[in-house]
Design a protein around this ligand. Structure first.
Ligand code: LER
Ligand code: MN
Length: 274
């Protein structure tokens, strides 16, 4: 979090994520060039795995284009490898944890946090909610101190009900994070999910206060802010009121096309933060 309310844009390097909310999907080099030419100061990267990335090359490209790394997603562990932290199989839970640890280390060295969204999994049939929460707790008690060594948090993202039944709302997610020993988990507030699950997006942000660690600025239809019907001015006012000084990251669909979505996402952040 290096500047107050800066824009970021999503870059996916995972072919299997096509159709998902990622704007730039043309490979690392081309995507970073596009992000910079549109005017973004930062990118959020969704990699296949930590091992699939070349740290030197990524650092070089970020430097060439004057971009920061806002955050790094871990969802490919689920999308590609079907790993999740609440899988009933302990071997899969262990692999999920290792997968995320790799991204915590990789992103941490670049000063960026890792995101746990779809890797939270769900409360499966035959598993109690208490058990799923205990598995999440065990994982986060390891991953969050690991991220702390790099001076970054781990980001836990409530998702909408069609993607998980574990963390769908800010209140229950906060109750869980406050129950942990580690103080290094922050919430990722994704306005698309919040528009489905929260009574009020801005009230949820106010209730999270200083626990807001990252924001996915996506509209009601998951297009760039301004292309749906969420009133964003009160959302940004709430973020300012809680002292949030991080990224407003466009994790949105590349519609009507990637270039137009990118331009709209940046214009929306500029208008909202002017
Ligand atoms: C998934 O819907 C999402 O919002 C991502 O940020 C989670 O990995
Ligand atoms: Mn999201």
């Amino acid at each position: 979090m290096n500047s107050p309310l800066a824009a970021a844009i999503t870059v996916s390097l995972v072919p299997e994520s096509r159709g998902g909310p990622f704007v730039l999907t043309d490979g690392l080099e081309s995507s970073l060039a596009t992000a910079a030419s549109v005017g973004f100061p930062a990118v959020e990267i969704f990699p296949p795995s930590a091992e699939a990335l070349d740290a030197r090359e990524l650092k070089r490209l970020l430097g060439v284009h004057g971009l920061s790394l806002a955050a790094m997603g871990t969802g490919a562990g689920w999308v590609v490898q079907k790993l999740r932290l609440t899988d009933p199989d302990p071997a899969i839970r262990g692999r999920a944890r290792n997968f995320i640890a790799g991204i915590v280390d990789f992103a941490g060295k670049l000063g960026a946090p890792a995101i746990i969204g779809s890797m939270q999994g769900r409360v499966e049939a035959g598993v109690t909610r208490a058990q799923a929460l205990a598995w999440m707790g065990e994982a986060l008690e390891q991953l969050a101190p690991r991220a702390h060594e790099y001076g970054v948090p781990v980001l836990l993202e409530p998702l909408n009900r069609y993607e998980t039944n574990l963390f769908t709302q800010v209140a229950e997610t906060l109750e869980f994070t406050r129950s942990l020993r580690t103080r290094n988990v922050r919430l990722l507030c994704d306005c698309f999910h919040m528009n489905i699950e929260e009574v009020s997006i801005e009230s949820a942000i106010r209730s999270a206060g200083d626990q807001v660690g990252h924001v996915h600025l996506a509209d009601s239809n998951r297009r760039a802010a301004g292309l749906g019907h969420i009133p964003f001015a009160p959302v940004v006012a709430a973020l300012r009121d809680v002292g949030y000084r991080g990224y407003l990251s466009a994790e949105v669909l590349p519609l009507p096309d990637a270039a137009a979505a990118a331009r709209q996402a940046l214009a929306a952040v500029r208008a909202l933060t002017a």
